[in-house]
Design a protein around this ligand. Sequence first.
Ligand SMILES: Nc1ncnc2c1ncn2[C@@H]1O[C@H](COP(=O)(O)OP(=O)(O)O)[C@@H](O)[C@H]1O
Ligand SMILES: [Mg+2]
Length: 616
Amino acid sequence: MKPFLQLLKPYRTAFIGAMAALFLAALFNSAMTGLVTSLMDGVITNQPTTTESRADKIFGYKERLKDVKETLEKWGVPFEKFQKPSGKDALVNPLSWAILALFLFSTQALFEYIGTYLMGKLGLRVVVKMRQNLVDKVLSLPLIFFKAYSTGDLLARINTDVLRIQQAISVKMAELFKSTTNAVVFLILAFLLNWKLSLTLFVLVPLIGLPIAIFSKKIRKHASRSQANLGSLTSHLKEVLVGIRIVKGFQKEKFESEKLAKENHGFYRHSLRELRIVAMTTPIMSILGMLVIVAFVCYGSVIIQSGTMTQGDFLFYILVIYQLYQPIKRIAKANSEIQQAVGVLPRIDEILNWENSILEPMEPRRFDLFPDIETIRFRHVHFSYGVSPDIAPVLHDINLEIHKGRVIALVGASGSGKSTLVNLLPRFYDVNQGAIEINGLDIRKMKLTDLRQLFAIVTQDTVLFNDTIHNNIGYGMDVSRERVMSAARKAYADHFIEELSNGYDTFIGESGNNLSGGQRQRLSIARAILKNAPILILDEATSALDTESEREVQMALEDLMKTKTTLVIAHRLSTIRQADEILVLDRGRIVERGNHQQLLTANGPYKKLIQLQEVG
Ligand SMILES: Nc1ncnc2c1ncn2[C@@H]1O[C@H](COP(=O)(O)OP(=O)(O)O)[C@@H](O)[C@H]1O
Ligand SMILES: [Mg+2]
């Protein structure tokens, strides 16, 4: 409960207001119960009532009612007509009863409304803020974070977990508070009315609870066992079905059938035991319940006869006990649901407390001090994804210098570290040792937004958003149609865009699935062209394309590379051949460097790779 109250701290006033309203609502609710029985005694059976004087002692409404009566008479309401025949006491005439009832009902309803509304609003405010914090945090976190958490997991935390917390605050906290107030009030009432009877009851009732507890424990035990049987049956069955060709090929149908039968039978046994206990519970509980009721009624008739309690008092008492039972049940339920919500809080804190390892420098150097990108330099760069030292480094002592306008190609087997190397540049990850410098300035000393402004990145998997073509190309920028069109033209995307139903205003379906791979790729190239960043990073931008669209994408990329400083990871020999320098990576090391011709004559790893590719 404590972490929850922590959440509500900023909204202390609203919370206290809500609680006060709910408390008053609960008080009026119990007063209403008293009122109903005063009707019984005073109005219907016309007996002298003790409830009334008791209730009056508790709520003190008699005086106020007299005022009401006098006021009404002043207004000329023929109050006396409603007077019951024998009544000396004007309090229990139907009119005053009705007025009082109306007053209590509407006041109770009003407070209930205020309390529920305030608590609901409180929950919404907590949760909207929490969700925004989560979203902002997640957006600020480095890529390494997204390796640790799957998209589904993050969505579950931001949506479902947060929703559960809202429910707990908006609904369950109010429920808990209301029920507790009710329970306390009715408990006090029960003891005020007849403390001996109450004491007896509170000793007896837990005795009924005892068999329930025993039964529930047994039911839970068997339920979890039969569930386990069902679980292993399911997973085994899945294995069998997935591997059905093996099963049939090895003629193991009977063998598998017997194994499955064993689990199936286990499920039957435990379910049957569970069933037996469940079937037994209700009759036993009814018998016990009947016994208590019979005893209660017998005792009741004795005390009514002896004059200790009136019929109305006894009815009031039964109502009080009933009203007491309801909130206790609800307290237990609300509490367990709040506990569940408390249980998900660590899942949210875990995200909110994730330490961002890509830090903004304390005193960032503004990059617009530099007119142009002259050099990019890797100095003895070491990098590994894991923090622990025994994880093999992915990059090992990388030294590299790239000059303005040059094209550097990275080649190497899959997993050799090419993508990792280029991802270090925009600080998607930070180097472990060494440094990366642009124009001699360590990139960790630059403002992150300045740094990332320098790169246009096109990767193999193009990411498009569920928006128009225009907004996808001008992603996050407010740009004119002319500029978008010019970028599209340079990316060889203008033809197919113009053929779409709404041209540049066509909405792209979820992740662009009504466009071909080549079309999507050209859109992401247009996006890179529009960004007009000085450094271009192409990470296998053409590898997922068919030859037809590859040619157009290739042309688009080659045009683009002419004006930029480029790092390109590519399979296509034509791209690689034109590079000013080719770096051959092998298990995180640069094992060879030079231009195409030099490397061919060197007859080393590069030549081998080329031959392999040509064979493949
Ligand atoms: N996010 C990551 N977390 C842990 N290991 C990774 C991650 N990304 C890549 N690796 C590992 O780093 C090595 C280099 O990967 P990568 O740079 O993607 O190679 P390439 O692009 O040359 O195929 C591989 O062994 C790969 O398994
Ligand atoms: Mg890669």
